[in-house]
Design a protein around this ligand. Structure first.
Ligand code: SAH
Ligand code: SF4
Length: 342
């Protein structure tokens, strides 16, 4: 999409179909937009996968409640605090707390953890713990939560209903509007190539991100997990995996001033280079794994997840080297949304 064109579904579809010279131009344009709006800084956020206990049964996810082969864990508050403390003074200025939709913590317990991390370490705090009521989001925001990640997963209501039993796309979108209403910097996104996804749906996904006017947008390839109902399925773009990067580039062009992370699933599909390529076609965030090593093998949303045996320090240094080797800078400061909200 180039100067003067409208952000329409047709434009998105046309860009997703780019090949040869056009594809190179698409990538170049996405990189220019990233540079123009977000600059050369890449922010590093440390993710702590603090519990794999989940009450839901999403068909795609390796830690779904129905997967009895998973050894379940929940870190306690002290261990989470200690892990967050280990980021102080490093390149990581945000801690991302992610878990299943777990009943392992009450809202108050999580609120206290947010309050302590925020008050004692000064790190920015992002949560990613699933669909919750508005009051909970408000309460956590009062405790100091800066941001929240909640993917809508797919913009196709029928596909959503099938793959996330017991919930609807409408409810998921309601949560996103609630987060915004609560004054939380809001991140969402989707999986690329869910079985049944068409290019029309992919274009709609990108458009929905734009309509939602998000602060952060995380997208990554769907990777079938053998112990799930989608275990025998393939990614919809299995024969055309370039589509994963095209999706990032079009997403950047349609959402010039959103933070776009190079998500871990890209490295699972393209070992050691997937995330670098994302940073070259629109991405500006890197999220190394900061979960204590002993838990990592039990937080497998999908197979082939990298960084299962490397320590947090090694993962961070690896991120720093990858970013610097690309001629980009490490982000300093909190790395908040650049969107002005009133
Ligand atoms: N329980 C929370 C957060 C943890 S799941 C939630 O569901 O929002 C984080 C993300 O992992 C999900 O939003 C989904 O997009 C992604 N994910 C789950 N299973 C996956 C798979 N098989 N392949 C790729 N991404 C997957
Ligand atoms: Fe639970 Fe999230 Fe996995 Fe769904 S995607 S089963 S809510 S951890």
């Amino acid at each position: 999409m180039f100067t003067g064109e409208a952000y329409t579904k047709d434009a998105a579809l046309r860009l997703l179909a780019s090949e040869g010279e056009d594809l190179l131009r698409l990538y170049q344009r996405a990189d220019e937009v990233r540079k123009e709006k977000m600059g050369d800084e890449v922010f590093i956020r440390g993710i702590i996968e603090f519990s794999n206990i989940c009450a839901r049964n999403c068909h795609y996810c390796g830690i779904r409640a129905g997967n009895k082969g998973v050894s379940r864990y929940a870190m306690d508050a002290d261990e989470i605090l200690e892990t967050a403390y280990s980021m102080v003074g490093t390149e990581k200025t945000t801690v991302v707390l992610q878990s299943g939709e777990t009943p392992a913590f009450t809202d108050e317990e999580l609120g206290e953890i947010i309050r302590r991390i925020k008050g004692e370490t000064g790190l920015s705090v992002t949560l990613s713990v699933g669909s919750r009521p508005l009051e909970t989001y408000r309460y956590w925001h009062d405790c100091g939560m800066d941001r929240y990640l909640l993917r809508f997963e797919t913009s196709d209501p029928e596909l959503f209903r099938r793959l996330r039993p017991g919930s609807t796309l409408e409810e998921r979108l309601r949560c996103l509007y609630d987060l915004k209403a609560a004054g939380v910097q809001t991140g969402s996104g989707f999986m690329i190539g869910l079985p049944g996804e068409t290019l029309q749906v992919l274009a709609d996904n990108i458009l929905l991100c734009r309509t939602l006017d998000l602060d952060m947008i995380g997208i990554g390839p769907f990777i079938p997990h053998p112990d799930t109902p989608l275990g025998d399925e393939k990614n919809a773009y299995d024969d055309n995996r370039e589509m994963f990067f095209k999706a990032i580039a079009v997403l950047r062009i349609f959402n010039p001033d959103a933070h776009i992370p190079a998500t871990t699933a890209f490295d699972a599909v393209f070992p050691d280079e997937g995330r670098n390529r994302v940073l070259k076609v629109g991405g500006n965030i890197f999220m190394p794994n900061n979960t204590p090593l002993k838990y990592r093998k039990d937080y497998l949303l999908y197979p082939g997840k990298p960084c299962i045996t490397e320590s947090a320090e090694v993962c961070t240094q690896c991120a720093v080297m990858r970013i610097q080797a690309m001629g980009r800078k490490i982000g300093t400061g909190p790395g908040h949304s650049i969107k002005k909200r009133t």
